[in-house]
Design a protein around this ligand. Structure first.
Ligand code: 4AD
Ligand code: MG
Length: 502
């Protein structure tokens, strides 16, 4: 019977077949351990010299990493782990060889791994991340579907900007310029006037010239749009959505979280309701002593870690000089490379911290929160925090002005904890035709481009609100990834398209 790694333990005592790829082989004299990876996990297969024909036994020892195989044998309780099973190998068929697989079990630098992303996907961290990502997307859809939202796909070719003209990718559309969409929102708003509660979910593009841990040029965004909803209602939808995703990940992905080094308790602690502050309060926090102390402590601990790493590198380099076996030397080289990557990153961070202290202290209360400001705010809160009512001039033209304070808009950003920063941006939409025309003029946008959008205000305009959640930012946070590039199968960043040989 054909089974997969995850099902092995429910077939104790039975003869089964597994198909997959060679993850590793450990030859121990009388027994060899063959680790076979399939899409659901890694199975330990035990080859016992005395019980297997000599030819197969020798073949097992010669198997190279990532060869594809079909193995047969009897399922029995795992030698070391009570709750697991292993396969006592009886037969082996090699489907496809694999010579010189470039990603070995030794540590590699992330740049190299991403240049090999088409193969890197087979490694444990990417497979766990991709599994979590798939469930995150599935839960997002399930959440909206069970709450009466209708999926309406928005187009990717668009004639105009919705999120600022500076981040548009232009494409030649039969000789005419069009752009890759930055957001499906304007189309979702049209659909919302037809179906009341809708969401669009697709790839979006930003030609952002930012090389940060949070920016991709191509990312996936889900955007609900809700007729008759105000800011409070929309915030509630947003937090219920995030909570549903967290519960799903906790329910289905404990093992993946562990593989990723993300403690499930970190996520379990995140209870509803999330915190809520205004932009003005955020400015006060940034100007206050808490923000400065946080960053100063950061600086200290990072400097300490730098000294530690420098010492470790020295020690490992000395050990490498002394090492006799090439494999040992190679292993140490890999470890040194990894430490050097960490060191480089820390040095950049340390160089930036004084700047971040300044950015916080001199934060202009009329401006948008920058990445480092968001980090400070989010690290000072143990749950996600909604920041509301940003100054009008730093936000998009479609956001509705606050009735009491017209210098602000009724919007929110949701900042994830632990410094992950903005994962959702949303707002009430300006539903008044005149106010919208003023904003379009203020932003120097061509009103003709928005004529169809203005029709939504001409014919039965209603109050409505919505938000956009970036899937990669959410996955990076939930998985505890240090960089957004690992949250998407094939990342696109400024200057980097993986996989592609440099
Ligand atoms: O805040 P943003 O720009 O909002 C919009 O696009 C609205 N039209 C959404 C709406 O109200 N329907 O983007 C929304 C989210 C951000 O909070 C972030 O999670 C993600 O999209 N995002 C990015 N993710 C990765 N790389 C980038 N360059 C991103 N830019 C935005
Ligand atoms: Mg935003």
């Amino acid at each position: 019977m054909l089974v997969r790694a995850a099902e092995l333990k429910s077939h104790l005592g039975q003869d089964v077949t597994l198909q997959g790829w060679v993850y590793n082989v450990r030859a121990m004299g009388k027994v060899s351990f063959l680790f076979v990876r399939d899409g659901t996990g890694i199975s330990q297969c035990v080859a016992a010299r005395d019980e297997l024909d000599p030819e197969t036994y020798e073949l097992v020892k010669r198997l190279s990493q990532e060869s594809s195989v079909r193995v047969k044998g009897k399922v029995r309780p795992h030698g070391n782990y009570e709750d697991q099973a292993e396969l006592l190998l009886e037969g082996l068929e090699v489907l496809g060889g694999s010579e010189g697989y470039p990603i070995t079990p030794k540590p590699h630098g992330i740049d190299f791994l991403l240049s090999q992303r088409h193969l890197h996907l087979r490694s444990r961290l990417p497979t766990s991340t991709l599994r979590v990502r798939a469930s995150v997307i599935d839960e997002i859809r399930a959440f909206f579907n069970r709450n009466g939202f209708v999926l309406v796909d928005s187009p990717i070719f668009t004639p105009a900007a919705a999120e600022g003209t500076s981040t548009l990718f232009e494409v030649d559309y039969f000789g005419e310029p069009l752009y890759l969409t930055q957001t499906g929102q304007l189309y979702a708003e049209a659909a919302c006037m037809a179906l009341e509660r809708v969401y669009c979910f697709g790839p979006t593009f930003r030609a952002e010239k930012s090389k940060t841990r949070r920016h991709l040029t191509e990312f996936w965004m889900v955007e609900p749009e809700i007729a008759f909803a105000d800011l409070d209602e929309t915030i509630d939808w947003a937090q219920r959505l995030v909570d549903a995703v967290i519960q799903r990940v906790l329910q289905d992905h404990r093992v993946d979280l562990e593989v990723l080094g993300r403690s499930p308790e970190d996520l379990e602690r995140i209870q509803l309701p999330y915190h809520r502050i205004t932009h003005a309060q955020a400015a006060e926090i940034l100007h206050g002593p808490q923000a400065r102390q946080l960053l100063e402590r950061d600086l200290e601990s990072k400097l300490l870690r730098i000294r530690e790493i420098e010492k470790e590198i020295e020690e490992k380099e000395a050990a490498r000089e002394a090492a006799r076996k090439p494999r040992q030397r190679e292993h140490l080289t890999g470890q040194v490379q990894q430490l050097q990557t960490e060191l480089e990153e820390l040095r950049i961070e340390v160089k930036n911290i004084p700047h971040h202290i300044e950015l916080a202290a001199n934060f202009d209360p009329k401006s948008d929160l920058g990445g480092s400001n968001e980090s400070v705010i989010s690290r000072l809160h143990d749950r996600p925090v909604f920041v509301t009512h940003y100054p009008r001039e730093c936000k998009a033209f479609y956001m509705k002005r606050n009735a009491q304070d017209p210098s602000r808009v009724n919007n929110f950003d949701l900042l994830a904890p632990q410094g992950y920063g903005e994962i959702i941006g949303g707002s009430e939409r300006e539903d008044d035709l005149q106010a919208l025309l003023e904003r379009i003029a203020e932003e120097k946008l061509d009103v003709a481009d928005y004529d169809w959008y203005l029709d939504l205000r001409r014919y039965g305009s209603v109050p409505h609100s919505g938000f956009g959640m970036g899937v990669e930012r959410l996955v990076a946070w939930l998985c505890g990834l240090s960089h957004i590039r690992e949250s998407i199968p094939f990342p696109r960043l400024m200057g980097k398209v993986y996989p592609r040989k440099e």
